[in-house]
Design a protein around this ligand. Sequence first.
Ligand SMILES: Nc1ncnc2c1ncn2[C@@H]1O[C@H](COP(=O)(O)OP(=O)(O)OP(=O)(O)O)[C@@H](O)[C@H]1O
Ligand SMILES: [Mg+2]
Length: 216
Amino acid sequence: MAVSPIVVIGNEKGGTGKSTITANLAVQAKRDNLQVLVIDADTQQSLMDFRSLRAEKDLPQFQAISITKNTIHKDAKTFIGLDLILIDAGGRDGTAFRSAIMAADWLFIPVLPSQYDIWAALNTIKILEEARTFKTIHARFIVNQVISNTRISQETLQALQEFKIPVLDTKLYSRVSFKQSVGVGEGVTEYEPKGKAAGEIDSLWTEIKKLIELTK
Ligand SMILES: Nc1ncnc2c1ncn2[C@@H]1O[C@H](COP(=O)(O)OP(=O)(O)OP(=O)(O)O)[C@@H](O)[C@H]1O
Ligand SMILES: [Mg+2]
């Protein structure tokens, strides 16, 4: 059986939207009838909590396990024959975070559009570069929590370009439905299907699927 494509949503910096994005992508994958496994690599267990809320409400469920030790890159390879593995990787444990990056075929780095957050991405990039001496890892930034009626400043996009990692076209805006939906165990496309957040997640999922050549 074929190895499963591994997508890591990771940033060492806290609060950039890793869990929100992972949860929403897992829901989208499920809606596309994909065999998706989420690996929650954060001791905070946000994805496992999200999943148990879904279980209480009998919502369509995705598979998930929690691995918070530095074996993620070895373990992930053993889950063969799946359409997609999604890993939510935070920076609470340095070795587990490195292990998650080492597992990645694709690394998506959520960043908030502020200079502080861009500086804070430096360490994640350094870990990515180290991992890239061992294997090919494709990477993209996802700009999250853009404030409505402000333009993402040219400086922010320029600052991101210096890392030589492309920025995804889809930007996620700061919207209350991203917070509220997760709190009730739903993706935004389930919570408010016609809302703007749902449109953004649809667009993000479509862009990612095309990029990683998920053809099913
Ligand atoms: N686009 C968005 N609009 C509004 N709120 C958002 C958005 N993305 C994330 N949030 C909120 O920002 C906070 C941080 O998001 P999240 O928990 O997904 O980040 P994280 O990177 O997983 O954080 P941690 O490092 O603590 O695991 C949460 O309260 C979440 O609801
Ligand atoms: Mg999180």
